[in-house]
Design a protein around this ligand. Structure first.
Ligand SMILES: [Zn+2]
Length: 184
């Protein structure tokens, strides 16, 4: 049986309940982001549990519930394969931790095709990496090996958390432990 929840005067529906909530799979991997309102529905239906509480409290006559900041589903959601998801600049930057994959710089970031397009390189998750402007100039239309450069790790399709990072400019602190490459 579920309690009928009422919103106390201290909680502003327009602000508190549309706050984004990070949704984790049963495996603790990020799935997506939903509104507080939607998260509370999942909690009350017993489909999710709160992992990190938010700042507000919602009260009914018989129960009080902290608004969540991170929830975890009680069941496993199969996610779309990242390989098939649209390539975007921000998703590439998020995947690479917002760092140049050649020198580690966090400034003037661009996207580099490891195998240059002029030499048949594809715009695919395994051929594009984050690269600072200086490294991009140095590498030019060469292969990294031809100019003594080497990406710090092999590019991979982004993890679901990378898409969360890519779509949110400001990420709540409570989310950071669940987003592997998040930079504060
Ligand atoms: Zn660089």
């Amino acid at each position: 049986m579920h309690h009928q929840l009422e919103c106390p005067k201290t909680l502003h529906w327009g602000v508190g309940l549309v706050r984004p909530v990070l949704v984790l799979n049963s495996t603790y991997e990020p799935v997506n982001v939903c509104s507080t309102n939607r998260a509370i529905v999942l909690l009350l239906k017993g489909k999710a549990e709160t992992v990190e509480a938010g700042a507000h409290l919602i009260r009914s006559e018989r129960a009080a519930l902290a608004t969540p900041s991170v929830i975890r589903l009680n069941y496993y959601v199969r996610l779309p394969r990242a390989e098939g998801r649209r390539l975007s600049r921000r998703a590439i930057l998020a995947r690479d931790g917002f760092r140049c994959q050649y020198c580690g710089s966090t400034h003037h970031l661009t996207i580099d095709h490891i195998v240059p397009r002029s030499r048949g390189g594809l715009t695919s998750w395994d051929n594009v990496i984050t690269c600072c402007a200086a490294c991009n100039v140095r590498k030019g239309a060469c292969l990294p090996s031809e100019v003594g450069m080497k990406p710090s790790r092999r590019p991979r399709p982004p993890a679901p958390g990378d898409f969360v990072l890519a779509s949110h400019k400001v990420v709540p602190e409570a989310w950071l432990p669940y987003l592997p490459y998040a930079v504060a």
